[in-house]
Design a protein around this ligand. Sequence first.
Ligand code: HEC
Ligand code: HEC
Length: 316
Amino acid sequence: MARVLSIFLLTLFLWSLSFCKEPVQKPELEGFVVKNVIHPNNNPYNQDKVELGKLLYFDKRLSLKGDTNCAICHSVEIQNSEVVSAPRNKIHKSVAPPLTNVALYKDVFTDPQANDLEEIVKERVHTAIMLKDEKTIVARLSQVPEYRELFEKSFGSPGITMDRIVKAISTFERTIISKNSKFDRYVMGEESALSPSQKRGLDVFMNKAKCTQCHKGPNFSDSEQHTTGLKGITQKIRTPSLRDVSKKSEFMHNGEFTKLEDVVNHFVKGGSKGSISDPLLKPSAISEEEKKDLIEFLRSLEGESHPLEMPKIPRA
Ligand code: HEC
Ligand code: HEC
C-alpha cells in the first residue's frame, strides 16, 4: 500500500514539475550568449589601438571634404548627450546599421584567422564621401603630432598607412559590443531577469514563430543573406543582429518600418503578399497576446548602456 502511495506521490510530483518547466531549456540557449570577442592574429588588441581607432572614427579628416565622420552615419551612444543619430544615407537610400556588434557576425566571431571586419572597413572607408583619396588622408593625419605618436604606440613602429588606419578602426569596433542584456543574464542563471511575458516571448521566438531559423547565435544572426518579403525588394539582405533592436527608430535596410510592432507583424505574416519570399519565411499562427510577448522578448535583448566618451580630436 505504502508503495502504491509513494508511486502515486512521485507521479504527482513529476506531473507538477512539468508545469514549472521552463518553456525553453537553458543549454539550447547557451549558443546565443555573447562571449569574448576574438581579435585576429594579424591585428591583435591593445588599448592604444582602441583609442586611436576611436579618434579616427570621429575624425572628419577621414572624409574627403572634411565634413563627415563614421559616427555621423553609424549611431553610437555618447555620454551626456543624445545618441548621435544615424540619418538615412542619401546616397545609398538605406539606413546605416549601428556598428555595435559587427564583430559578432559569424565569420568574424569564430575564426581568429578571419579578417573580414578589416575587409569591410577597408571597403567602407573607400566610399565616395570618406577616404577616397588615400594619399591626402594619410598626409593630413601625418601632420598631426599626436597621431604620429599614437600610430607608433599602437603598432610598435612609426608610420601612418591605410592598412593601419583600417586596423585601428576595426579594433575599436570590436570593443563596441552590446553586453549583459536581460536575456544574457537569464541564460547565465538569473531566473528573474526575464519577465513571464518575455519568457513566453522567448518560446514563441524559438518554437512557434521559428525566428531562430535566421536570427541565431550570439548576434541573433546567421550572417546569411535572405529575402524577407518586402514589397518590390528582390535583393537579399544579410540577417541583422537583433541585439539592441528596440533602441532603433527605423527598421529594415530601407527604413520600411518605424515600429517594432510592424516589423513583428511583417514576419509573423510571412512577408507581404505578392513579394519575393524566402523559403524559410512562413506565416505563423500566433495570437495577439503572443505577438506582444514576442515584442517584450525583443526588448530583453537590449544590452547595458555603455555610452562612449566623446574623444578630443587632436589638432595639427
Ligand atoms: C554617409 C553615411 C555613411 C558613412 C559616413 C559611413 N558609413 Fe558605413 N555604412 C553606411 C551604410 C548605409 C551601410 C550599409 C549599407 C551598405 O552596405 O551600403 C554601411 C555599412 C558599413 C559597415 C558594414 C556593417 C554591417 O553590419 O555589415 C561597416 C563595417 C561600416 N559601414 C563602417 C564604416 C566606417 C568605419 C566608416 C568611417 C570610416 C563609415 N562606415 C562611414 C553608411 C555610412
Ligand atoms: C528568412 C530569414 C528570417 C526569418 C525567418 C526572420 N527574419 Fe527577421 N530579418 C531577416 C532579415 C534578412 C532582415 C533584414 C531585412 C532588411 O533589412 O530588409 C530581418 C530583420 C528583422 C528585424 C529588423 C531589424 C533591424 O535592425 O532593422 C526584426 C525586428 C526582425 N527581423 C525580427 C524577426 C522576428 C521576430 C522573426 C520571427 C517572427 C523573424 N525576424 C524571422 C531574416 C529573417
